[in-house]
Every structure is written in structure tokens, then in C-alpha cells.
Design a protein around this ligand. Structure first.
Ligand code: F6R
Length: 599
């Protein structure tokens, strides 16, 4: 996830773009850059770190241009650095381009372009698009034609905006599966990943759609499809204020991030085959050598690790031991030969996870990590890293990182199983087929929002909550309780459904709602029994299932394995609405920090 802001008009666009990028920092903040047109040539300024650093450079350079493109980056291909930050150019600086998304076929395009004499300066997937436009310009000499031809060759997700020094004032853009909005004002036009980037200049916008190719200049705009056919899109008027616009109109970042999940999971899924086969290179020989997994993590990531244990054991048929990193780092672990350590961390900077990882490395154990932040310490210290692609998670309470971690770990289990021969190719393909339905299933799960808000309204004054689950529902019970306690400051505990009789049932009374996680499958009837037991003690029951059950929150039907990823959605919404009704500071709960870099 990166942020794009672009301007063409009649005034100096410097302040417009730098303020716009600042508003988009929530989409990425590891580096930033602008390309601006001055005296018919393109100048580029880039800086590593926040937009503030870029502002200083722009001030020194006295940037004054009526046509500027800008970018704030969240690294996906290539570490955060001056070379990898956008805008990118072709061999000559006649084309400059900014990109958000992932160009899946960039290696193939890079090879073809290199054979034609293109020299690449960065490790990014984005740079190939600039070279490709440059290549087509040799033939067409026309920016619009060259841009349109180049875009036809890109596979993956993109929002791209480009400028060409020989057609001053013209910006070309394209959108597929990454957001891009057009802002319309008097003799000036804006393009951005999100509305807040230009909201102070215009409220008249067009939300561009997949396949749209856009041309803007101070004299007007045009939208076409790849075949050159004109397209008419509806103009909308934004009536949000600037603060809520940054959250995409949602009241809190947490709610926005809950709703971002279908996209985050889709972006993670899109890169997984490349990620897992190429980075982790699970060749059959390597996979067969692995005898087991230690999985370590903290907090929410630890709950993702617990779910992974079920998948690795049941699908890949390998033993897996899961432990919080803070315990693992001080335990006398008798490391077993050919076991791999998997470290799960959104930030890639959690001190306990890092220490546990270093301890394993020192003992000669190979380390695989699942991280969201490219180039983070945990990723750098690992032998292999599988990246989730959520973009930055702003809310302290983790939501989209959790479901993306689960997606990556489930996929890892299938890949391992296929490579080890624990699943036939056909069986693996069928599990993958279901996994690829996940973004749509999560979108469906988000439709429970209103039902959950009503349930939360009835429950938010209760002092204590119990979450129960079995099998892959168990880690989810722990996660549901963690989410609720961290943002509502209420007492909440998660238990394995079978454990309540061994003590926790003493807590249950009419003042203690019980949330049960009940996937269709081998533990469903057992969970129904637990429901009867707690109901008999007067507790209000909130059942989350994918079986046809009345008085329950019913999620789309899937196999048991996918249940935790989908059922995370209503749990997150439940915690959110309870906290909101109690007036909590949801995005920044008391005493908590987003990244725990101290012990
Ligand atoms: C809970 C939460 C924390 C983190 C934990 C690990 O909502 O955000 O429990 O999951 O601090 O952080 P990472 O994944 O960055 O290692």
C-alpha cells in the first residue's frame, strides 16, 4: 500500500502535493518523492523517511511547477531507500511515474526490456512500467498511446500516474485493483489514492474503476478503456470533513482496517505463490527434510501462530510447537534436528520475537518469518520471509494484519503439504481454490456489521465476557477476548470449549455474556453442548457459526480450516462496537503501543 498524489493546473502545485502526501502517510511512510516539470524537463526529489524530509528538500529547491506527481511509499519490492523510492524514470528522464500496487509480471518484463537496452536503477516492480512506456514512446511518439499500450502488458494490481516532459501539463493514469480518485476543480485536476489528499481544494470527485485509463491536463479530463473507448463516470460530492476523510469516512482507523480486510487478504494472496515458492523455495527435497516447526510470536500474532499449528499438523502432517516469544526466549529449549522456527510479527520489530529468533539462529535452526513490514529487523534476521501485504496498520489493535497472517500461514501449510506429498496436487489445488474465495467470503462476513452493533448495544454494560472455541475456533476465542480487553478495558477471557467444566464455568452467570465459536465440523456438536451448559447458568449466548442456526451470527459456509479467518471479522466488530459504546479511545488504547520494541 502506497500513496499517490498528483496535480496539474495553473498554480504552483508544490504545496498541494506535499500536503496531499502528508495526508496519505497512513498508506505508507518509509520514503517519499515528487517529480515536477520545470522548463520542459522533469526534476525529481526523493527522501527516505516521512514526508517532512521531502518537504525540506522541496523548500530548498524552491519547487514551483504547475504539474507534479508525488508518492509516499510502503515498501513491497526492494528495501526503503533513495533508489527504490518513487517516482521512477526510464533510461532518460523524459518519463516519470508513481505506482501503488504489485506488478506481478515485473521480472519477465524487466528481462525483455533489459534485452532492449533498458538499465534499471531500483529493485522495484514499479520501475519496469516507466521503461515500458518509454519503449512504446519510441514507436508511437504519443504519450497517451504509449501509456495505454504499456498498461495492457501489466499483470497484477496498480494505480499508476505518469508524466512526460514533451507533453507538459498532461498526466496519464491507470487503475486496476488499487484505489485512484480524480479530483475536479476549475482549470485544475488532481489524482490521488484517497480523497483527503486534495479535499481542501475540491469536493468534486470521480472514484475511478478497474480498467480505467485517465488523461488530465489543465484543460480537462478524459477516461477511456484499454481499447480507447470513452467512458463516462459519475461525479460524486464529498461531504466528509478532513479528519474523517483520512479514515475513508470511517469513525476510527480500526473500523476502516476491519473493512480493509478483503483487500489486504487479496493482496497477500496475490503475492503468495511468488512469495512462498521463490522466497521460501519449498522444493520437495527441502520440504521433506523439515521434521517440525517451532512457532513463536506475541499477542495477536501468537493467536495466528496457534491457528497455524492446527493447519501444519492436519494438512502438512508435521508436528508444530507454539509458544509466546517471551517464554521461548528464556526456556531451555532442546532444539530438535531439522525443525524450523517460524516467527510471526506484523511490525517485524517486536523485541521478544526478535530475541527468540536470534536464540534459535544461534542454535543453528533455520528461521522463517511472516512479516508485514519489508526490511524490518525480524525479516532481515530470517533465512526466509513471507510477507503479508496489508499496508501500514495504524490502529494499535491489530485486525487486518491478523487475517493476512492467517492467510499466509494457511497457504504455507498447503504448500508444505503438497511439496512433502502429504496432499496430492489435486487436493492442494482444491484447498487453494477455496482459499482464493476468501476476499469475497470476508466481504460477506462484513455484512454482519449491523447485527453485531445491535448485539453490542445490548451487551456493552456487562463487566465481563467469556469466549469459547475448540480446534481452530480456540485461538480465535483467545483473539476475541484480547481484542475486547485491549480496546474496551473490560475483563474478557478465552478458553478451549472443553476446558470450562474444569474451572472457568464458575465464572458464568447472568452478568457474563459468552461468545462461542462454532465452525461446522467435528467439534460443532461439542460446542452446542457447551452452549447449553452456559445457558443453563443464565448467561447471554452469542453464537458465531457457519452452520444454519437460528439466533446466531451466521457466516458463509466453508471448510473448518477457513473458519478462523472469516470469524475474526465479527469478533473484531464486536470488540469495536462495545469499545465505541463505552466511549473508549479506540485507535490508541491506554497503556498500549503499536510496536513493542522493549522487553
Ligand atoms: C493486539 C496487538 C498486539 C500485537 C503484538 C505483536 O491487537 O496488536 O498484541 O499483535 O504486540 O506485534 P507484532 O505482530 O508487531 O510482532
Amino acid at each position: 500500500m502506497c500513496g499517490i498524489a498528483a496535480y496539474t493546473g495553473k498554480k504552483n502545485g508544490n504545496t498541494v502535493i506535499l500536503n496531499g502526501l502528508k495526508k496519505l502517510e497512513y498508506r505508507g511512510y518509509d520514503s517519499a518523492g515528487i517529480a515536477y516539470l520545470q522548463n520542459a524537463s522533469i526534476n525529481i526529489l526523493k527522501s527516505v523517511g516521512k514526508v517532512e524530509n521531502l518537504k525540506e528538500l522541496a523548500l530548498k529547491d524552491k519547487v514551483n511547477s504547475f504539474c507534479i506527481i508525488g508518492h509516499t511509499r510502503w515498501a513491497t519490492h526492494g528495501k526503503p531507500s533513495q533508489e527504490n523510492s518513487h517516482p521512477h524514470t526510464g533510461n532518460k528522464s523524459e518519463i516519470a511515474l508513481v505506482h501503488n500496487g504489485i506488478i506481478e509480471n515485473y521480472l519477465e518484463l524487466k528481462q525483455r526490456l533489459a534485452a532492449k537496452g533498458h538499465k534499471f536503477k531500483s529493485e522495484t516492480d514499479s520501475e519496469v512500467a516507466a521503461h515500458l512506456i518509454e519503449e512504446y514512446l519510441k514507436k508511437t511518439k504519443n504519450f497517451e498511446a504509449a501509456f495505454t499500450s504499456a498498461v495492457k502488458h501489466l499483470k497484477g494490481a496498480y494505480a499508476i500516474t505518469a508524466m512526460y516532459s514533451k507533453e507538459p501539463g498532461v498526466l496519464m493514469a491507470a487503475k486496476k485493483q488499487s484505489p485512484l480518485v480524480l479530483g475536479i476543480a476549475e482549470d485544475e485536476y488532481f489524482l490521488a489514492s484517497d480523497v483527503p489528499a486534495f479535499l481542501e481544494y475540491t469536493r468534486k470527485v470521480i472514484f475511478l474503476e478497474d480498467g480505467d485509463i485517465i488523461k488530465i491536463s489543465p484543460t480537462g479530463y478524459k477516461i477511456t478503456n484499454a481499447q480507447g473507448g470513452n467512458i463516462k463516470r459519475k461525479i460524486s460530492f464529498i461531504n466528509w470533513d478532513s479528519a474523517s476523510a483520512q479514515k475513508g469516512g470511517y469513525k476510527h482507523f480500526m473500523l476502516k482496517e476491519i473493512f480493509d480486510q478483503p483487500q489486504a487478504v487479496e493482496d497477500t494472496l496475490r503475492t503468495l505463490p511468488l512469495n512462498i515458492e521463490k522466497s521460501f523455495s519449498i522444493t520437495p527435497a527441502r520440504a521433506k527434510k523439515i521434521k517440525g516447526f517451532y512457532i513463536i510470536a506475541c499477542g495477536t500474532a501468537y493467536h495466528a501462530a496457534l491457528a497455524a499449528k492446527y493447519w501444519i499438523e492436519s494438512i502438512a502432517k508435521l508436528p508444530a510447537e507454539v509458544e509466546t516469544a517471551s517464554e521461548f526466549r528464556y526456556r531451555d529449549v532442546n532444539f530438535q534436528k531439522d525443525w524450523v522456527l517460524a516467527a510471526i510479527s506484523q511490525s517485524g520489530e517486536t523485541a521478544d520475537t526478535l530475541s527468540a529468533l536470534i536464540k534459535a539462529k544461534k542454535a543453528g535452526v533455520k528461521v522463517l518469518s511472516v512479516c508485514n513490514v519489508l526490511g524490518s529487523t525480524i525479516a532481515r534476521e530470517s533465512d526466509f520471509t513471507v510477507y503479508t501485504h496489508c499496508g501500514p496498520e495504524i490502529s494499535v489493535a491489530s485486525t487486518k494484519a491478523f487475517t493476512a497472517q492467517l492467510t499466509a500461514l494457511y497457504s504455507l501449510a498447503i504448500n508444505l503439504a503438497a511439496a512433502r506429498g502429504a496432499l496430492s496436487k489435486k487436493e492442494a489445488a482444491s484447498l487453494y481454490k477455496e482459499l482464493y474465495r476468501l476476499p469475497a467470503l470476508m466481504t460477506q462476513a462484513l455484512k454482519t456489521r449491523e447485527q453485531i452493533r445491535k448485539i453490542a448495544k445490548k451487551a456493552y454494560k456487562k463487566p465481563s465476557f467469556i469466549f469459547l472455541g475448540r480446534n481452530t475456533g480456540y485461538p480465535l476465542a483467545l483473539e476475541g477476548a484480547l481484542k475486547l480487553k485491549e480496546i474496551s478495558y473490560l475483563h474478557a477471557e478465552g478458553f478451549a470449549g472443553g476446558e470450562i467444566k474444569h474451572g472457568p464455568i464458575a465464572l458464568i452467570d447472568a452478568a457474563t455474556p459468552v461468545i462461542t465459536l462454532m465452525p461446522a465440523g467435528k467439534t460443532y456438536d461439542k460446542m452446542l453442548n457447551s452452549c447449553r451448559e452456559v445457558e443453563a447458568r443464565g448467561a447471554d449466548l452469542i453464537m458465531i457459526t457457519n452452520e444454519c442456526l437460528s439466533n446466531a451470527i451466521v457466516l458463509p459456509k466453508t471448510g473448518e480450516n477457513l473458519f478462523p479467518i472469516i470469524a475474526a471479522v465479527p469478533l473484531q466488530l464486536f470488540a469495536y462496537y462495545i469499545a465505541d459504546l463505552r466511549g473508549r479511545e479506540i485507535d490508541r488504547p491506554r497503556n498500549l503501543a503499536k510496536s513493542v520494541t522493549v522487553e
